[in-house]
Design a protein around this ligand. Structure first.
Ligand code: NAP
Length: 474
């Protein structure tokens, strides 16, 4: 075991180990926690109390988390010295113990770190950011039917424009790159014709790899397999109509994964359409089904018509035995949507979606938009998951103007704790908390952020009173 410079290990507890991305959870794991900056001083103690009470109530003395305090952000600088926002101790502790939970962290100004959250994701290769968005009855919402939204956004966490590979306009390296593109690479690439980048542009690079996309989509499909009924559904969200070799490739690699690695568990939307038409159409000639499946079939060229007929034949010959006779209806449905349309669809037809697997930037936008529908960031949890570590975190920031006033909503961090308990398989404790939160909100026992939106207005509880209210329903 690593020697820590300043940390004090809990007296008891065992480590969480990983085998091919699957965690093995002992009954008494040691879990490092980062309190967080700003309102972290309010929401962490409230969260810890709720989690401990739920485990104790759900499992008696059989299970217990041994909390291990580690430092990041402003608190780390106080303990380890100026600009030491992410001490080696903290990195080693999370690496060794595998699972951690954290409050919000201030993005440091100076010290060479862009964002501590991004740094943690990169150091531990936490490639999937998971953000569930569901409605708790009674939460004020700008939406007419927020209860219809119950989705989990899987946002890729390590690639895309978020890698931060960019050059400022006017920078000499930026100009060198633009000249190389304009004079050498673009003319060499036939499909780019005579495109030209202005010398006054800034440049950002958007790398999207097959390995990065597929390991992430794999986590989303594995999650969908654990769900029931219509919720066994993964939607690949991309802007592939415009960015063919990055976002479009993400979609293609997703389908490829579903068909190759999850063949016994998955059906694509197109395959389901073909099987459905074959089985429910009296005239079962390939051409007739092709007409149903491809709108405007008659107007297509003969060669395009032949490709579609071949596709239908292939689907019938390869999966009609395993997936036909409606067997596919119990499998994970994999489809895809263009990113801009999903913003409409989660508002107009939210009940049609379950797991949204998407790239980094799209996921950032979509998860915040979905959180707004169900009641805002105060109730939106998050987890960053890799193959050898997982960090659960509140999705909001440090909200400095509320820090230390015991008034902020601890819901996001508490619900991140629920995600951690579910990840452990400690479902009894997780369910006690979600039920407690639902009841507290239904009874209008809420913090200021929700209280001010309720009609008629209610008196707000403090952060710690809200935690006590949740516990009172256990
Ligand atoms: P913020 O801390 O999320 O706060 C913005 C506003 O959101 C707050 O003033 C508050 O609105 C509302 N809010 C935030 N947390 C809430 C909660 N728990 N309950 C209810 N309402 C809540 O965003 P920011 O002011 O832009 O960022 C402050 C710092 O946090 C920055 O340094 C930023 O980099 C960092 N940050 C960290 C993370 C992270 O650690 N994951 C994420 C985002 C930002 P009202 O005042 O109107 O009630």
């Amino acid at each position: 075991m690593t020697n820590f410079e300043k940390l004090t290990l809990p007296e008891r507890g065992e480590i969480i180990t990983f085998n091919k991305g699957i965690p093995k959870i002992p009954n008494n794991p040691i879990v490092p926690f980062i309190r967080g900056d700003g309102t972290g001083v309010d929401i962490w103690p409230a969260t810890q109390k709720v989690i401990d009470s739920a485990i104790s109530k759900g499992y008696g003395g059989e299970k217990k988390i041994n909390w291990f305090k580690v430092y990041a952000g402003d608190e780390a600088c106080e303990e380890y010295g100026t600009y030491n926002y992410l001490p080696k101790d903290t990195i080693e502790a999370i690496k060794y113990f595998g699972v951690a939970i954290k409050g919000p962290l201030t993005t440091p100004v100076g010290g060479g770190i862009r964002s501590l959250n991004v740094a943690l994701r990169q150091i531990f290769d936490l490639y999937s950011c998971v953000r569930p968005c569901r409605y708790y009855s009674g939460t004020p919402s700008p939406h007419k039917k927020p209860q219809d939204l119950d989705i989990i956004v899987y946002r890729e966490n390590t690639e895309d424009i978020y890698m931060g590979i960019e050059w400022e306009a006017g920078d000499s390296n930026c100009i060198e790159l633009i000249n190389y593109l304009n004079k050498t690479l673009i003319p060499k690439s036939g499909q780019l014709k005579n495109k030209f980048i202005s010398e006054s542009a800034g440049i950002g690079i958007k790398p999207i790899s097959k390995i990065g996309s597929q390991r992430h989509i794999k986590k989303a499909i594995e999650h969908a397999k654990r769900l029931k009924g219509d919720k066994r559904h993964v939607t690949l969200v991309h802007k592939g109509n415009i960015m063919k070799y990055t976002e479009g490739a993400f979609r293609d690699w997703g389908y490829e994964l579903a068909i190759n690695e999850f063949r016994n568990d998955c059906i694509t939307e197109r395959e389901s359409w073909i099987l459905d038409n074959i089985e429910n159409n009296n005239e079962i000639t390939i051409e007739n089904n092709a007409r149903l499946i491809e709108p405007g079939f008659e107007r297509l060229t003969t060669s395009k018509q032949e490709i579609i007929c071949k596709e239908i034949k292939e689907v019938i010959s390869s999966i009609s035995n395993s997936h036909g006779s409606n067997k596919w209806k119990k499998m994970v449905l994999v489809d895809d949507r263009i990113a801009d349309s999903i913003f409409q669809q989660i508002q107009t037809r939210p009940q049609e979606y379950s797991i949204i697997a998407t790239l980094n930037l799209n996921g950032d936008y979509i998860s915040d938009a979905a959180a707004a529908i169900v009641g805002g960031l105060g109730m939106a949890p998050g987890a960053n998951i890799g193959d050898n570590a997982a960090i659960f975190e509140a999705t909001h920031g440090t909200a400095p103007k509320h820090a230390g006033l015991n008034r902020i909503n601890p819901g996001s961090l508490i619900l991140s704790g629920v995600m951690m308990l579910e990840y452990f398989g400690w479902v009894k404790a997780a369910d006690l908390i979600t039920n407690g939160i639902s009841k507290a909100i239904e009874d209008k026992k809420v913090t200021y952020d929700l209280a001010r939106l309720m009609e008629p207005k209610v008196n707000p509880l403090s952060c710690s009173e809200f935690a006590e209210a949740i516990i009172s329903y256990f």
